[in-house]
Design a protein around this ligand. Structure first.
Ligand code: HEM
Ligand code: HEM
Length: 300
């Protein structure tokens, strides 16, 4: 949970690098102004102007890299589930790839495809860490729950996976616009799809499976985050596209709203992933109806 929370902060700082237009404030990589990471001189880079965001972002990213190494080794040592060990090493592989993408985007002057990939992989990395936090939580490790049947179609397990995919596409389109790779229209059209999917999924969960607290809480959170994110999206559109035409860039209001939109976007994706995992855990995928589960559904 600690590493996941730190990564969320890093996503906010990364978003500030982009919104403040500070991506090229430090022109070299893996060094910063010729100073190598993990040496004391690296920490002496003067944090002024855009360097505050860009070099600060690199330093915190390296700290997260160290936390992820500890997490992977620790999981390997204490966790008996082979897939959890694999997940720990996957997190490490992803954070290394993320650092390399960050470096490449600097060396090649922020090409849209690489910057978009960097923005996207950041959110994937965050989701992996949130999943690790979920799988190591006491609620998860203490016994496996009885699964409820899914008698109606489409199943909530299917809907929840489609919701994750729609949010993922949405964030790739948002990142592509943010990094000058695409127009805004695909992101706005896709917002309608995401809104429909989240409403469908969360309202289905709240209507049919209210009795499962893990699903109810995730559904309520996802539902609330959707409205916040739509409001921030509108705010980003107004401050970035409508109001900012002749103002000196970047406007403070634009920076605040766009950074918040990236951050809440990460929360929407991570919550949709948690929801899908919980749905898979608590609901039977086959349509067979276990007797005990039917009784539990009736009581719920
Ligand atoms: C744990 C590792 C890292 C994470 C999670 C991360 C995350 C992020 C995020 C979320 C953004 C904002 C994207 C957006 O707003 O659309 C960003 C931007 C950026 N990051 Fe990272 N980052 C990491 C490591 C690095 C490293 C090691 C570098 C090395 C130079 C780097 C360089 C950059 C640059 C230059 C930008 C601005 C890109 C642009 O404006 O086009 N990042 N990062
Ligand atoms: C639930 C719906 C939405 C989600 C999940 C979402 C998610 C995102 C994400 C994650 C980004 C940044 C990607 C990155 O660089 O890391 C983004 C960018 C953006 N989104 Fe959305 N978005 C949603 C709805 C909307 C709506 C309805 C609008 C406009 C009316 C909008 C306008 C924008 C704009 C203008 C940007 C670019 C900001 C910039 O360039 O600084 N979004 N969106």
């Amino acid at each position: 949970m600690f590493t996941a929370c730190c990564t969320f902060l890093l996503i906010i700082i990364g978003a500030m690098v982009t919104s403040k237009d500070a991506g090229l404030s430090v022109p070299d990589w893996p060094t910063s102004f010729g100073r190598f990471p993990v040496t004391y001189r690296y920490f002496e880079v003067p944090l002024v102007g855009g360097v505050l965001y860009e070099h600060g972002h690199r330093m915190i990213a390296q700290l997260i890299g160290i936390f992820t190494i500890i997490l992977a080794v620790w999981t390997q040592k204490v966790d008996r589930r082979p897939w959890m060990r694999a997940l720990g090493w996957t997190a490490l592989g992803v954070v290394i790839a993320q650092g390399i993408l960050g470096g490449i985007t600097v060396l090649f002057y922020l090409p849209p495809a690489i910057s978009t990939a960097h923005a996207t992989l950041a959110q994937i990395f965050f989701c992996i860490l949130v999943s690790i936090a979920l799988f190591t939580n006491r609620d998860w490790t203490e016994g496996s729950p009885e699964q409820l049947p899914q008698t109606t179609s489409p199943r909530l397990t299917t809907l929840s996976v489609l919701t994750v995919l729609s949010v993922f596409v949405q964030l790739v389109l948002g990142a592509a616009f943010r990094h000058n790779g695409l127009k805004l229209i695909p992101h706005i059209i896709s917002a309608c799809v995401v809104t429909t999917m989240i409403l469908w999924t969360t309202l289905t969960a709240l209507r049919r499976y209210r009795g499962i607290p893990q699903l109810r809480k995730a559904a309520l959170l996802l539902h609330s985050l959707l409205w916040i994110q739509l409001t921030l999206g509108l705010g980003a559109y107004l401050t970035l596209v409508v109001w900012d035409k002749n103002a000196p860039r970047p406007l403070t209001s634009m920076v605040i709203v766009t950074v918040a939109h990236v951050a809440v976007g990460a929360l929407v994706l991570a919550t949709s992933v948690v929801f899908a995992i919980q749905a898979r855990r608590h609901l039977a995928v086959s349509s067979e109806v276990p007797v005990a589960s039917t009784q539990k559904a009736v009581h719920a």
